[in-house]
Unconditional design. Structure first.
Lengths: 588, 465
């Protein structure tokens, strides 16, 4: 099974080895006397090129290399939920226990704990027919997460035994008689990370992923099973935004991939996530979260693997019939790892030194998002939504990773450094962002607000118009502008401050329910509809601005529930009517 | 070097290309191993293995290769680059490769540490959350620094970044605490007088007895700079995580470091990405910066403040750009402000401290801190926008509201950002100045501040109460 070989050359994370027989591309290997892990990425004549997942210092040519004959797999089963793992699924808290606060090399620990016993409760009976994807039983993995144990994809047959009780992931919990013989069923299965897990059918996307973030949900929603790209220069709040979405999104499972990111940021996630109570269950959010953390000073090749690892884990939970949201921060670091390896392999570069196959790899990743009917006989529906942050060099959106990503996603949240400087967060630029999921969203939103689509369109139109008016105002000054246009500027300000700006740290504002979002947007637009006619009849804009309701409209987002919005609506009518009366003009 | 040191000597160098030697017919050489190179004239220098196969090795030389010929002796030491660490390093001055510059003997210790260090396991990291008061309002009020953070200063030549860094080193305290601290100072390619400035500053305050200085100056070999920041961080880690000290590492200038990395990359004929820098610049910088932080269960901390010059003031230049993606924020010094006589000339708008939220608030600074800072940001941004308008339409073309913003921006720069080189403000002073400025604005425009805090801290209500 395993092939022996020896090191021929070492160049950074690239190790070249010669084997006694032909190994396969993608095989996992153990390198040198330190037994470092690596993966074969290229074969050429008698040489195998290996990307090593760990630092290669002090390796020597001539040291042994052992080919396992198997690709990099994810171990799937109870025990991963709520933990923090590295790019090759090793538990980082276990590594810490074993080797101290600094990651040491060659520590080969298996992902799933082989000794821990889980209470397995069967859901099938002896004699029942099962096939790949069917649920044979459940395990309460964490307080708020029920793990569904699935028949591995390729298996089909009749259950000949099944047991209830406490088992380890490797114990046989049942047997199935297949055409080729009897096979033991275990709670653990493995899957090669670079291969998408099979599904029965892909479905059209039906509903938005609600995040409680107004600018996202109302203006640029992403569908469950869709994909979004979040590019932004440094300091534009990508990470905080992804963390906000992880906290509040209405997904069953959250997978957070920290790919080449800051260690302190991961520490922040690890420290704060367990404290966050889950708005859905009232339990802890961490109980349905997995963190894949590969920080920036870990070897680049494991960084490359971490995205695939995260997505494969996501697909596994999707196959159980859950809605999964996978956040990858940042795919640029993943692309750089690809570039680094490509350079060491001396491949001819395309744009900015990236390999020519960059676009294909990006497409492969985003195509793993989707809403599907899973394998198995019960027509389970699951979804995987993929949100990928991109860190464009110099904040330039025309660079290869951003442009290629935009081809494969449905939503684009353009983060803007100008907004970030003003501490306008989330710094999503409403003029440059887009969503292709409007039909899905409109249908869903109509249950909260009949005219949702028109109101949203009106708001975007006003924002767009305001941007144009501002251009002119920049030349002639706001004072010289006609009052109708200055009202649009005021309204844009109301939309910005009263709706778009949302503080992640404000106790009420950090999460905004759909109903409140709809009501809030409507009251602001209604304000415009009331003010516009009286402005036309000659009431000066200053008088409108002086109305007490203006600052109240900006503060409504901080108030709990819908009642203050209703109160504001009444107050708004009153103040505008009074103003109209003073000037003896008609209110609509 | 002494002769009894181990290792096999080769005289089989076949090519010297820039800072790189190619050596053939070698045996048993390890990747990243340290080599010692001796020229026929007796000049000695170190290097390390960059690429190795069964019969040849590529070696980067941490120094000048000019004057070398193919007859150099190359000794492979069998070890990766390690430095001796002990508390005796404190108070010393060394070269960029740890040769003593203070006339004292070489440091000795049985405790030898790999300069590349290890990666702190993310699970073992503690979240940096202890507010450091630097006494500078632009930092404390707007971009607070916390222990274990890495916060660079982006500057340009001719700006007082050294003064700012020295002032921070001098004034940084945790309000209400007295603890063991140490300073590690790493210079890469800076001028002798700049190094002297820091030395004098540290001497003045007595900080010199608490500091380790590692100096690679402008006239020292550029490639030596590859190891300088790594030596500095190795010492910092040792002081913090073995000796429980709170360490502030100052590195200047990281752009010079990146240039050294680039020249090696070019000599290796690697495919360049932006401005000739190698594709791995991000990962390489990360291996230096990421060594800052805190570890659960350890008392000490490493706080890192790298200084880098933005060539041509361009923040999108690869070095500041990639640095900004690794560090937890950035402090940006700007020429326009310096010209207007503002010290520190810090443009707070593009500056940022990502860890600020964990370090401020009721328990550490004051509960209104976060809101006040956000409000100042917003008002100052409006003010600078109005300033842009004035150039086109003149002050008369501005609305009443815009004029207020404009006045605010001027006052903000003069009274809040601007302060003396020896002026050390407490956080309360900083926040009080902030409220005095915010009082210039109509109350209904203070929408980033919670209403309750307005009632509590706004000078109008405070006077009344």
């Amino acid at each position: 099974m395993s092939l022996k070989g020896s090191i021929d050359r070492i160049n950074g994370s690239l190790v070249v080895a010669k084997f006694e027989a032909e190994p396969k591309i993608g095989d996992l290997v153990e390198i040198g006397s330190l037994r470092l892990m690596g993966e074969i990425v290229r074969l050429s004549e008698d040489k195998a090129y290996i990307q090593c997942y760990e630092a290669t210092s002090s390796l020597k040519p001539g040291e042994p290399v052992l080919d396992s004959g198997k690709p990099l797999v994810a171990e799937l089963g109870p025990g991963v939920m709520g933990t923090i793992v590295d790019g090759i699924e090793r538990s980082e808290s276990k590594l810490w226990e074993l080797t101290g606060p600094f990651v040491s090399r060659g520590t080969n620990i298996v992902p799933l704990d082989r000794t821990k016993k889980w209470a397995f409760e069967p859901k099938v009976m002896v004699g029942g027919k099962v096939r790949g994807g069917d649920i044979i039983g459940v395990v309460q993995e964490t307080e708020s997460f029920q793990h569904r144990v699935l028949v591995p994809p390729e298996l089909e047959g009749t259950i000949t035994s099944i047991e209830k009780g406490d088992f380890t992931v490797e114990d046989v919990v049942g047997t199935v008689e297949t055409r080729t013989g009897s096979i033991g069923l275990r709670m653990m299965q493995t899957w090669p990370v670079r291969r998408p897990r099979p599904v029965k059918e892909r479905l059209p996307l039906m509903m938005p992923l609600m995040t409680g973030q107004r600018v996202i949900d109302t203006f640029f929603p992403v569908a469950k099973g869709g994909a979004a790209c979040i590019p932004g220069g440094f300091g534009t709040g990508k990470t905080v935004m992804l963390q906000q979405v992880s906290k509040w999104a209405d997904a069953d499972i959250i997978i957070l991939i920290g790919c080449g990111e800051r260690g302190n940021e991961m520490a922040d996630v690890v420290a704060h996530f367990p404290e966050i109570s889950d708005p859905r269950s009232g339990r802890l959010l961490i109980e349905r979260t997995i963190i894949v953390a590969n920080v920036s000073n870990m070897p680049v090749s494991a960084r490359e693997a971490s995205i695939y690892m995260g997505i494969t884990l996501g697909e596994y939970y999707r196959d159980m019939g859950y809605d999964v949201a996978v956040m990858a921060d940042s795919t640029s670091r993943w692309a750089e790892a690809l570039r680094d390896m490509s350079g060491r392999l001396e491949e001819i570069p395309a744009e900015s030194g990236y390999p020519a196959y960059l676009a294909d790899r990006i497409a492969e990743i985003y195509e793993r998002a989707g809403r599907v009917v899973t394998l198995g006989s019960d027509q389970r529906i699951g979804s995987l939504t993929l949100l990928g942050a991109v860190s464009p060099p110099g904040g330039d959106f025309s660079e290869p990773v951003t442009t290629h990503t935009l081809r494969f996603v449905g939503t684009f949240w353009a983060l803007d450094s100008e907004l970030a400087f003003r501490r306008h967060f989330p710094a999503i630029n409403w003029l440059r962002s887009f969503t292709r999921y409007m039909t899905v969203a409109s249908k869903w939103w109509s249950k909260y607000e009949r005219n949702w689509e028109q109101i949203r369109a009106k708001a975007l139109e006003l924002l767009e118009e305001a941007a144009e008016i501002e251009e002119t105002a920049r030349i002639i000054g706001e004072k010289a502008m006609p009052d109708e246009q200055r009202l649009i500027l005021l309204l844009a300000e109301l939309l910005r401050e009263g709706f778009l700006v949302q503080s992640a740290f404000h106790e009420v504002d950090r999460y905004c329910e759909a109903e409140k979002q709809a009501a809030l947007l409507k009251v602001i637009i209604d304000f415009y509809n009331l003010a516009e006619p009286i402005i036309r009849q000659g009431i000066p804009i200053e008088k409108i601005r002086e109305l007490g309701i203006v600052s109240e409209l900006m503060r409504l987002k901080e108030r709990k529930g819908l009642q203050p919005i209703d109160a504001a609506r009444i107050e708004m009518r009153k103040q505008i009517s009074q103003l109209a009366e003073t000037y003896e003009v008609k209110v609509r | 070097m002494t002769i009894e040191e181990a290792g096999v000597v080769y005289k089989t160098t076949t090519e010297i290309r820039g800072p790189i030697l190619f050596i053939e017919n070698i045996k048993d050489v390890a990747y990243d191993e340290v080599v010692r190179i001796t020229t026929p004239t007796g000049y000695e220098i170190s290097g390390s293995v960059l690429d190795v196969s069964k019969d040849y090795a590529m070696v980067q030389v941490f120094g000048e290769t000019s004057g070398m010929d193919l007859n150099v002796s190359v000794r492979f030491t069998g070890e990766t680059l390690r430095i001796p660490v002990s508390d005796e390093l404190i108070g010393r001055v060394f070269s960029g490769s740890l040769a003593p510059l203070d006339g004292l003997p070489r440091p000795l210790s049985t405790d030898q540490r790999d300069v590349n260090g290890g990666t702190i396991n993310p699970a073992a990291r503690d979240v940096p959350s202890e507010f450091i008061q630097t006494g500078l309002s632009a930092i404390d009020g707007m971009n607070s620094l916390v222990r274990g953070q890495k916060l660079p200063i982006f500057s340009e030549s001719g700006l007082p970044h050294n003064q700012v860094a020295a002032q921070i080193a001098r004034q940084a305290t945790i309000p209400g605490k007295e603890e063991e601290f140490a300073l590690v100072f790493a210079a890469m390619g800076i001028k002798n007088e700049e190094a002297e400035f820091f030395k004098e500053e540290f001497e003045k305050t007595g900080a010199i007895s608490k500091s380790v200085m590692i100096l690679n100056l402008a006239d020292d070999p550029p490639i030596e700079r590859i190891v300088t920041p790594r030596i500095a961080q190795t010492i910092a880690e040792y002081l913090a995580f073995d000796l429980d000290m709170h360490v502030l590492t100052i590195m200047t200038d990281m752009t010079n470091y990146a240039e050294a990395l680039r020249s090696i990359s070019i000599a290796r004929e690697e495919i360049p990405t932006r401005k000739g820098y190698p594709g791995y610049l991000y990962s390489d910088l990360a291996t230096i910066y990421e060594r800052a932080g805190r570890i659960k269960g350890k008392k000490g901390s490493v706080t890192l403040m790298p200084i880098l010059s933005m060539p041509g003031g361009d923040i999108t230049h690869p070095v500041p750009d990639l640095t900004g993606y690794i560090t937890e924020g950035q402090l940006i010094l700007q020429r326009e402000l310096a010209l207007r006589g503002i010290y520190p000339p810090m443009n707070v708008l593009p500056s940022l401290s990502r860890l600020m939220k964990d370090g401020i608030g009721e328990k550490t600074t004051r509960k209104d801190h976060s809101d006040v800072s956000n409000q100042l940001y917003m008002a100052y941004a409006e003010g600078t926008r109005a300033r842009g308008l004035v150039r086109i339409v003149g002050v008369v073309g501005l609305s009443e509201r815009e004029r207020t913003w404009l006045e605010f921006a001027d006052q903000f720069e003069q009274k809040f950002v601007n302060q003396g080189v020896y002026e050390n403000r407490t956080i309360e002073q900083t926040l009080d100045i902030a409220w005095d400025l915010l009082a210039m604005l109509p109350e209904e425009d203070l929408i980033r501040v919670r209403e309750a805090y307005i009632k509590e801290f706004h000078p109008k209500y405070r006077r009344a109460g």
